[in-house]
Design a protein around this ligand. Structure first.
Ligand SMILES: [Zn+2]
Length: 243
């Protein structure tokens, strides 16, 4: 069965150049896509130099600390794919900076930081804990992204960024505008279109602010209870508002 899937994906990749489809390449054997193993669960493009490789390997436990600080003991064990070249970025379909797909954290050169590894790891942890795609899709984008922002301490989305949004009277979306991934992407474009502060992304700062305040009330215990309830069939809205 697995072989058939790989064959099908390979066939598709030969006939299309779609970046969404390129993301599925990470489930192919690493050598097929010019990636090499440098540590357990860590792969990089074959031409990444040793200094960059060492930097990456050092950052992973630091990123893990950020995720552990919010979740407690981590359940996910993601595989990391990191790129140091444009060719690798293009080949793996990395759009902005990084993505999480099927328990793989896929990083562009810009995303080789402890903050961005922690951000993608947060997505992988949530996905694992909620029990996979069927339940994950019941979680609104603002929660998944807001939690990742909170976990990762990214300066461009943090408390200071949020304060700048408020102080400068910049409009920001309501959570209802940030439910689906499509809405999230549209709002990210819409709310950043006319602002001059290019170091702030309004949707991420908004979601991060919401989830951080919520987490301060409920802690790791509340977070785990919420995710368990969603996993067991309670609607996200009911489980979230209850706390
Ligand atoms: Zn994210």
């Amino acid at each position: 069965m697995f072989k058939n899937i790989i064959f099908f994906i390979t066939l598709l990749l030969f006939f299309t150049g779609c970046s969404t489809l390129n993301k599925t390449k990470v489930i192919l054997p690493p050598s097929w896509i010019a990636m090499q193993k440098i540590a357990p669960n860590v792969y990089v493009n074959i031409d990444m130099n040793k200094t960059e490789q060492q930097k990456l390997v050092k950052l992973i436990p630091e990123a893990k600390k950020y995720v552990t600080a919010v979740w407690g003991k981590i359940k996910s064990k993601p595989t990391i794919y990191a790129c140091s070249t444009k060719e690798c970025v293009k080949s793996l379909g990395i759009g902005a900076r990084a993505y999480q797909f099927n328990n793989h954290l896929v990083l562009s050169p810009k995303a080789i930081t402890k903050e961005l590894i922690a951000h993608e790891w947060s997505h992988a942890e949530l996905y694992k804990r909620v029990g996979g795609f069927f339940n994950w899709r019941k979680i609104p984008s603002w929660f998944d992204e807001g939690l990742a922002v909170f976990v990762s301490h990214e300066p461009r989305h943090d408390k200071i960024a949020w304060k700048r949004i408020i102080d400068n009277n910049i409009s920001y979306p309501s959570l209802d505008e940030l439910i689906t991934l499509k809405q999230w992407n549209q709002a990210t474009h819409k709310y950043n279109k006319n602002i001059k502060m290019s170091d702030i992304v309004v949707t991420y700062a908004t979601a991060g602010h919401e989830v951080e305040n919520w987490y301060k009330k409920v802690g790791a215990k509340g977070l785990k209870e919420l995710i368990n309830e969603v996993k067991n069939g309670t609607s996200f809205e009911i489980a979230y508002q209850k706390r």
